[in-house]
Every structure is written in structure tokens, then in C-alpha cells.
Design a protein around this ligand. Structure first.
Ligand code: SAH
Length: 352
């Protein structure tokens, strides 16, 4: 039995499933799901993320949030939370970099929102000395000031896809064709949630909607609006996405999303406009990752780390700096959205 067989049996019995249903099963099926069953990150895994490229990424994010915490009068206690923390590397780097910030660690309660039991195990090792608490959903975040991080979390949330047909939309579905999984389209229907996309789309265009993103942003933004705090949401995508951005990656290479379900990472670009509009607090300008990291001093940090390095380690550091910041690498494709309370500035590195 494989996930492909399970999905084929379900489709044969009940009809086509949505892209969101397919993504959810591929990523989080308890027995066969991609994240549920493995640690996919790093050079040996299927893909590599910014915190796994260099310690500088998590350090600068930690310092940005610690500065926001100081600017808001050092509230205590507060929640230091991360959604989808992967191997816990970003949080570990952020905590190490903020050790010298007086009172920050004493006031911080580290909370991790993680669905994968395998990755929870890895995180419990990486972050053992900080006694993190795991929760399944942002709704369980404590009612207190919240300083929040999400890197490559929102791109893993299931999306629905709709193709425009006149004033209506046809949902992209996954059905069976001769026993093989195949994309198809559902019936043309009105989709009130997509009314605003009539202005920037033409017949046949495809748009995406991530139904679980807005409730998550609402829960985070409400803590920040009511109790103070800040959020840094980092992901690839743009203010408004157009077209099919569903992609599968296996062994650092693109693959067919319908082949070997559960064996490849599936993601979609993040529609930051939808996140911002769901936020019940203030949000920053959407800022390219390269610009954000340069403003926070990544070049000075790299120079400090380079002291005393030669040969391969020095080359790796220079390559990591380039990879995180250069427009041809992650610098432009990845964006940062900041959340912050009324009457305050966004976290350092971002503009109001
Ligand atoms: N932030 C990390 C990992 C990114 S991979 C990094 O930058 O390296 C995506 C992470 O989100 C994984 O930890 C995955 O298990 C988690 N995740 C995906 N969907 C989730 C969900 N619905 N709820 C909680 N965690 C989820």
C-alpha cells in the first residue's frame, strides 16, 4: 500500500479531490506524509532553507525581534514562537544571538507550532536547553505579548487553485485517468472570495487561495494587537500571485507533483496580500529578503565571522552570504512581511 494507492482508491470511490486535499495528504498523512515521516531539510535532504544555509539568518532575525521587544518596553513574560521550525536551527541561532540582551531570555517562553512528530523530535534535541513547549495550532498561543517567526511555513499550507471562466471559476482537481493521477477542472461556479481577482485576470488565468492562512494570521495578529509583540513572516512569493505556483521538489530537483505522492516536498508561492489583509494588527511593507538582511547588517556579521577563516570555510561563508542576499539567489524571490501593534514601528529591517 502506498499513498498513491490510497488516493486512487479514494478518488475512484468519491470522485476528484481538490489540490488542497491532495497537498494535505501528501505533506501530513500520518503514515505516508512527506513531513510526517522524515526530516527533509539540509544538504542530505530534499531541500535547504535559509537557516540551514547559515547561522547569520537566525541570528539577525533574533536580534530584530529582541530590538522590537526592547522598543516595546521589554514586556515580561512573552511568547517567542515559531511556526514550522524544521530542525529548530533558526530558533537556536536566534536564542544564541540574543543571550546578551538583558532580560530577554528570562522573559521568553519558547513555543513551537509543529505538526510533524519526526521534526518535533529533532527540535527537542536542538532546543533542549530552552525547554520549548509544542502546540498543534496557533489558537493555543498564550494570551500575552507574542514575538513570532515563520520561515517557509506558509508555503507548505495547502492551496486551492481556480481557473477563470468568464465571471465564474473552475476549481483545479485531481482525478484518475486510466488509473493514473491527472489534473482536471471542476464545474464553473461563482467564488465570492475571488471577486477581487476579476480586476487583474483574464479568461483562462489561474489563481490560488490558501484557506488556512487567514485564520492563522488572525490568531497571531490578534495577540500582537491586544498584547504587543511583532511577527516576521518570510517566504517566497509576492504581493499577489498569478498562475500555477504548485511545485514539487525531490533531491534538490523539481519533480512532477502527481508522481510518487508523499515522496516530494510540495509548496506554493505565498500570496502576501492575502496574509496582510487578514492581519488584525499593522503590517509592514513587503521587503525582499536581501534588503532586509542587508539592513540588519549581514555583511558586517559575515565580515566578523570571516576573521580567522581561510580556504573552504571562508569560501562557504562568502557563498552563504551571496545565497541569502543576492537577487539572483534568495535575495529577491523571498520576501519579509512584518506584523506589529498600532502606535509602534515595525521590527528593524522593515518599513511601515
Ligand atoms: N522553518 C524551517 C522549516 C521549513 S519546512 C526552515 O526554514 O528550515 C516547513 C515546516 O513547517 C516543517 O517544520 C513542517 O513540518 C511544518 N509544517 C507544515 N505544515 C504545518 C502545519 N499545518 N502545522 C504545523 N507545522 C507545519
Amino acid at each position: 500500500m502506498s499513498l498513491r494507492d490510497l488516493l486512487a482508491a479514494r478518488i475512484a470511490a468519491q470522485g476528484p479531490i481538490t489540490v488542497a486535499e491532495y497537498m494535505a495528504e501528501c505533506l501530513m498523512h500520518p503514515r505516508f506524509g512527506y513531513y510526517a515521516t522524515r526530516d527533509p531539510l539540509g544538504a542530505q535532504g530534499d531541500f535547504i532553507t535559509a537557516p540551514e544555509i547559515s547561522q547569520m539568518f537566525g541570528e539577525l532575525i533574533g536580534l530584530s525581534l529582541a530590538q522590537a521587544w526592547m522598543d516595546q518596553g521589554q514586556p515580561s513574560p512573552f511568547t517567542l514562537a515559531e511556526a514550522g521550525p524544521g530542525r529548530g536551527t533558526l530558533m537556536a541561532d536566534a536564542l544564541r544571538a540574543t543571550r546578551a540582551v538583558p532580560g530577554f531570555h528570562a522573559a521568553a517562553q519558547v513555543v513551537l507550532i509543529e505538526a510533524s512528530p519526526t521534526l518535533r523530535d529533532v527540535q527537542s534535541q536542538t532546543l533542549a536547553s530552552h525547554a520549548p513547549k509544542w502546540i498543534d495550532h496557533v489558537d493555543a498561543l498564550p494570551q500575552q505579548p507574542l514575538f513570532f517567526i515563520a520561515n517557509e511555513f506558509f508555503d507548505a499550507l495547502p492551496i486551492r487553485q481556480f481557473q477563470r471562466d468568464g465571471e465564474h471559476w473552475r476549481e483545479r482537481q485531481i482525478g484518475l485517468d486510466d488509473g493514473r493521477l491527472r489534473f482536471g477542472l471542476g464545474p464553473a461556479q461563482p467564488q465570492p472570495a475571488l471577486d477581487h481577482r476579476h480586476e487583474d485576470t483574464a479568461d483562462g488565468d489561474l489563481v490560488e487561495d490558501c484557506p488556512s492562512a487567514a485564520p492563522i494570521i488572525d490568531a497571531i495578529g490578534r495577540r500582537i494587537a491586544d498584547h504587543g509583540g511583532a511577527g516576521l513572516i518570510i517566504d517566497y512569493g509576492d504581493w499577489r500571485s498569478l498562475g500555477d505556483t504548485l511545485q514539487a521538489v525531490k533531491g534538490h530537483e523539481p519533480s512532477d507533483p502527481l508522481v510518487d505522492p508523499g515522496e516530494a516536498d510540495l509548496t506554493a508561492h505565498v500570496d502576501f496580500e492575502a496574509l496582510a489583509q487578514a492581519a488584525p494588527c499593522r503590517y509592514s511593507r513587503l521587503t525582499p529578503q536581501g534588503v532586509f538582511l542587508e539592513r540588519l547588517g549581514i555583511t558586517q556579521r559575515a565580515q566578523a565571522l570571516a576573521k580567522g577563516l581561510t580556504g573552504d570555510p571562508l569560501d562557504q561563508l562568502i557563498a552563504a552570504h551571496r545565497r541569502l542576499t543576492h537577487p539572483d539567489e534568495m535575495g529577491q524571490l523571498f520576501k519579509v512581511l512584518g506584523l506589529y501593534p498600532e502606535g509602534h514601528q515595525p521590527p528593524p529591517g522593515l518599513d511601515p
